[in-house]
Design a protein around this ligand. Structure first.
Ligand code: NAD
Ligand code: IPM
Ligand code: MN
Length: 375
């Protein structure tokens, strides 16, 4: 029996809808396998800005820090065209959590289920054998650049004598690159032992340094094969021959974009989970933040239409990486695959012959499966 504390940050838009299902699945695991999960639910994003004036309050942040893991939904819903003005932005919550907790490695597994080959925009023959793990650098790069004029500020729009200009800075230290590249090589040892490092070394200095570091770390891992790939070519190859990839490591913004693209291999962005990890240990593993890769999806929010699978699979990653509950994590993943194998689909994955259900029903079926599988 394991005892663990989980802070749940449902957030905005579809965030609360999918998180409720992920939490129900975790509760089923708790009961079925005899664990004890203490859950603290807190506001984050627009929800927190409205109630507390900031995207994440200090007290919420503190509770997160006292937990074994954070389960995050999504933030940032505004009706289309609405102006955010100059106030706090919901995304600031994510930036703070990632930076201050040192979550530098964002794992985004992409493994299309065979039963969903028909729902993907790729032909089935291209999906066969695809099983990728993105390791996205998460706490540096363009998201956290440094302006010489305003230390700590990553970007600005400014009035210059020749007109208005905007600046974003892309800065990586050797240490920031090395820790995430090292994580990728270590994970590759547990998989197919292949790393693709993605950069833009034909243009960016940060990518030239990135390649140097990859060479050095690769030399310490002689059993792992590796390659460098330019990001534009990678974007193409991902949908030409996805099965050629195993572990893909890349900087923050490239990883953000490539994983939304890669989600289409699985049929929907609603399918992809993620784990954001640093170095702090918990009783069972590593302290981490777990969230689906999608956003608050304002276009479908509040209509029981969101696919909860990315959130549920994020819960499985939480069990595995932060709580050390490997068997339970696998049980959740198997439950998801079984329910999808039965033809159950949320509207984003609807195909002829499938049974289309809402977010809640999809979650309920996965939860039932977790309970019955252990019986
Ligand atoms: P989005 O991911 O919210 O939505 C993109 C498209 O995918 C939409 O058509 C949406 O309906 C669909 N979609 C997303 N999740 C789905 C799900 N679970 N099931 C079915 N369909 C789903 O991206 P966006 O519209 O570009 O951004 C909306 C807001 O979300 C923005 O404010 C953005 O900053 C924020 N965002 C937050 C996160 C996060 O919380 N980690 C991630 C991405 C975007
Ligand atoms: C993600 C999101 C965030 C990012 C946004 C909301 C800041 O797109 O988690 O993938 O770009 O990292
Ligand atoms: Mn993204």
């Amino acid at each position: 029996m394991s005892a663990a504390t989980i802070t749940v940050l449902p957030g905005d838009g579809v965030g609360p809808e999918v998180t409720a299902q992920a939490l129900a699945v975790l509760r089923a695991v708790e009961e079925t396998y005899g664990h004890r999960f203490t859950v603290h639910k807190r506001r984050v994003g627009l929800d927190a800005i409205a109630a507390e004036g900031v995207a994440i309050s200090d007290s919420t942040f503190e509770i997160c820090g006292q937990s074994d893991a954070i389960l995050f939904g999504a933030i940032g819903s505004l009706p289309p065209g609405a102006d955010r003005g100059v106030g706090p932005r919901p995304e600031e919550a994510l930036f703070r959590l990632r930076k201050e907790f040192g979550f530098f490695a964002n794992l985004r597994p992409v493994r299309p289920f065979e039963a969903l080959y028909g729902a993907s925009s790729l032909k089935p023959e291209h999906l066969k054998g695809a099983d990728l793990l993105f390791v996205r650098e998460l706490s540096a790069g363009l998201y956290y650049g440094r302006l010489e004029s305003v230390p700590g500020k990553p970007s600005e729009i400014r009035r210059a004598p020749h007109g208005t200009e905007a600046v974003d800075t892309l800065l990586y230290t050797e240490e920031e690159i090395e820790r995430v590249v090292r994580a990728a090589f270590e994970i590759a040892l547990l998989r197919e032992r292949k790393v693709t490092s993605v950069d833009k070394a034909n243009v960016l200095s940060s990518s030239v340094l990135w390649r140097e570091v990859v060479e050095r770390v690769a030399a310490e891992h002689p059993t792992v094969t590796y390659e460098h790939m330019l990001v534009d070519a990678c974007a193409m190859r991902l949908i030409r021959t996805p099965s050629e990839f195993d572990v893909v490591v890349t900087e923050n913004l490239f990883g953000d974009i490539l994983t939304d693209e890669a989600s289409m291999l699985t049929g929907s962005i609603g399918m992809l989970p993620s784990a954001s990890l640093g170095t702090r240990r918990t009783a069972g593993g590593t302290f981490g933040l777990y969230e689906p890769i999608h956003g608050s999806a304002p276009d479908i929010a509040g209509r029981d239409r969101a696919n909860p699978v990315g959130a549920v699979l994020s819960g499985a990653l939480l069990l595995r990486h932060s709580l050390g509950l490997t068997r339970e994590a696998a049980a959740v993943e198997e439950a998801v695959e079984a329910v999808i194998g039965e033809g159950l689909r949320t509207p984003d994955l609807a195909e002829p012959g499938s049974t289309v259900v809402g977010t809640r029903e999809m979650g309920r079926r996965i939860t039932d499966r977790v309970r019955s599988a252990s019986a």
